[in-house]
Design a protein around this ligand. Structure first.
Ligand code: RIB
Length: 311
């Protein structure tokens, strides 16, 4: 799939401050545990995907809401540092900026709590104000960290102006309004999200393909399931393609899905085919899991092998 619009990407989604504790294991209920290390960083799935696309060189417009607090001003500066257009990074005094306490175990897996705060005070009329930007974008990218009604509205605006959409349905909810599927061109969940959305067990590429067909039947054009160390699976009316990942030493998987989605949007906006874009996005995400933190682990162009960037 390729879009014939400009290479711009618009992201409507959340920003968070990640409060990452590296722990020896996940906690039991009621337990207090000594962590080994702490890192604070800029996160939020929307902001992360915007930053990954911008690091790769895309022109990115971020639509989000921050609190009028130190986290909010830091978030704006951080997005600007990557050259992201922050005209639509709006602020409110009515809620704190979003935060995400995260626990990461030595194997690199994580547990994340999100408190969306100011993110959910974005309004549909503020999204309407971005219509022209969405109209000239190659892709609109959304997630599910802001109020569902806002994501739905952004997808409706994109459809009305003919801009293709990528939806990363994270965090997953058991039931989504049918319209969400119909408004999504590329539906991009991970295995866990796919299992929650379909009620099916995902423990192999074959079971992911079965679940992908269930999601296709709900109206999305293409399902692209990220499979962690097993790469990703693309399923649409043309068939199924499994793209494996290289074996790497995993340090921290936090934000790997966002690295994938941001990179996917970047390569698609360049006009590459879906298979080619997803193959490169898998490689970018594989680099990200080898470093600690979220955006801090997303590679700069200089750290990415030339053949991944070549067009
Ligand atoms: O996908 C990783 C992200 O999820 C973190 O940055 C955290 O903020 C949560 O949004």
């Amino acid at each position: 799939m390729s879009s014939n619009k400009s290479g711009q990407i618009t992201v409507v989604g959340a920003n968070m401050i990640d409060l990452i504790a590296y722990v020896p294991r996940f906690l039991n209920v009621g337990e207090t545990l000594h962590g080994t290390e702490f890192q604070m960083g800029y996160g939020g799935k929307g902001a992360n995907q915007a930053v990954m696309a911008a690091k790769l060189g895309s022109k990115v417009v971020m639509v989000t809401k921050i609190g009028e607090d130190v986290f909010g001003s830091g978030t704006r500066e951080n997005l600007e540092k990557y050259g992201i257009d922050t005209t639509f990074v709006l602020s409110t005094s009515k809620a704190f900026s979003g935060v995400a306490p995260i626990a990461v175990v030595p194997e690199g897996q994580n547990e994340i709590v999100i408190v969306s705060g100011a993110n959910n005070l974005l309004t549909t009329s503020e999204i309407d104000a971005v219509r022209d930007q969405i109209a000239k974008s190659a892709y609109l990218v959304c997630q599910l960290e802001i109020d569902l009604a806002l994501t739905l509205h952004a997808l409706r605006v994109a459809r009305s102006v003919g801009t293709p959409t990528i939806l990363n349905p994270a965090p997953a909810v058991e039931s989504l309004p049918p319209e969400i599927y119909e408004l999504t061109d590329i539906f991009c969940p991970n295995e866990t999200e796919t299992a929650i959305l379909t009620g099916l067990k995902i423990d192999s590429v074959a079971s992911a393909e079965i679940a992908a067909h269930e999601l296709l039947s709900r109206g999305v054009k293409t399902v692209l399931i990220t499979l962690g160390e097993n790469g990703c699976l693309i399923v649409n009316s043309e068939g199924a393609i499994h793209i494996p990942a290289d074996k790497v030493k995993v340090v921290d998987t936090t934000g790997a899905g966002d690295a994938f989605v941001g990179a996917l949007a970047h390569f698609l906006a360049l006009g590459l085919t879906l298979k080619n874009a997803a193959t490169r996005a898998v490689k970018v995400a594989s680099i990200s899991v080898q470093g600690k933190g979220t955006q801090s682990s997303f590679p700069e162009r200089s750290a990415i092998p030339a053949e991944i960037l070549a067009t």
